[in-house]
Design a protein around this ligand. Sequence first.
Ligand code: ADP
Length: 503
Amino acid sequence: MAPRPIASQPEPSAAVARFFKRQPKLFIGGDWVEPKSNERISVVDPATGREIAQVADANAADVDRAVAAARAAFDKGPWAEMLPVDREALLWKLSDLIEKNLDELAEIESLNNGKTKFIAKIVDITEVRNYFRYMAGWATKIEGTTFQTSIHGPPGAKFHTYTAREPVGVVAQIIPWNFPLAMAAWKLGPALATGCTVVLKPAEQTPMTALRLADLIAEAGFPPGVVNILTGLGETTGAALVAHPGVDKVAFTGSTSVGKLINKSATDTLKRVSLELGGKSPVIVMPDADMSQVIGGAANAIFFNAGQVCCAGTRLFAHRKVFDQVVEGVSTAAQSIKLGPGLDPQTQMGPLVSREQQERVLGYIESGRREGAKVMTGGDAPASPGFYVKPTVLTSVRPDMKVVREEIFGPVLVAQRFEDLDDIAALANDTPFGLGASVWSKDISTVHRLVPKIRAGTVWVNCHNFVDPAMPFGGFKQSGFGREHGRAVIDLYTELKSVCIAV
Ligand code: ADP
């Protein structure tokens, strides 16, 4: 079959082209301010490799200014005094502005990240809108408890005791490049619902939708300093934020290696830390599974967002009886995926986010080959200046291979056959990670016996990768700690205070 040529990227809309030409500024204290840093970061369209914008690389002085603005907004002023119902209204207003600008935000996301505009619109930006709406509701539902105590006070003493949840304070939020605006919403939503203030740093590769979001935050009418957005590199802006004594909590999503660094650095000031890190999630296919569901489901589990998903189903374990059928089905699905630039409506999978990521993923495929893996489909990059990698399926892999052990963060599936149903939990758990897993079976007993044995924060059954603002999300083991979404994330952004009153 002749290789399909990669189409060229259509021109952006006039509004987005204008937005990309903006001066590199930082959003601090409700205003767009000149950075003190003279360093700039080149932002690239991954489908063409060409620069589309320049942003600032905020330095320690910029971080100082942003933290001071967040501190001031937390300690005094309208935000500190605001009624929960008014925080709720602001979050709803922001969600309405997201809805109004959905198309433009999806276009910016697509051009900056590489994903298709179609997916950015129906998945990423729609989720952002819904996330702010869900979190708006929490602003008025934060509760404490009263309880009975048996305190031996002076004779006749009585006590009234209760708990209250209070916002944790100034939160530094550092996010990755795979779902840029959705990750910003996962972080900002609970912070704003609980009354915290924020300094948010998007990933250096994908800062553009966060900058547009800053406009919408100002338009919604959040008081100055409640949300500050700094562009910059991890080693400069990110590290300065994590070390800053004015920050009370760090919320991070990204690689396990950087998560470990952040956790160490935050120890010096005992900041609260929540980490959503890497994964190597298993997809377990039982012999009785419905093959019409499994093949599309397993393909989507690994190839959605070009595999740049922390809970992507990267390790396929299919029972001996169905292994060949599943691998053949997923490989055929992989071959049929149309690669191309995000603004082309024909495209089904965009490029990876950066040249560095493309080289990393191709390097992993090469290491798999060297160690004896068989490439069933894909295995290389199509001819293009963009950062594409063909959807790839590897078989004949062993548990000790790099491609099986390490997070690849690209469209690369490693498929393994298993024999004994009693072994499968141990095989699935043979990884330092524990973010997600999926089990595919029609047998309710098989499912319920296996789910408790899997060491992962989310176990999907007959589906994979679905998330919801109400469903806690986070990792076991080296996939991090703390749970985002639902009531769990409200706990993560609040301190619990006990009050004991002698009455
Ligand atoms: P990846 O390796 O996939 O790019 P990272 O974990 O490096 O993922 O990046 C996720 C986020 O962490 C980005 O916003 C990045 O700038 C930030 N980051 C990277 N290094 C550091 C660091 N030393 N301190 C704080 N933040 C960092």
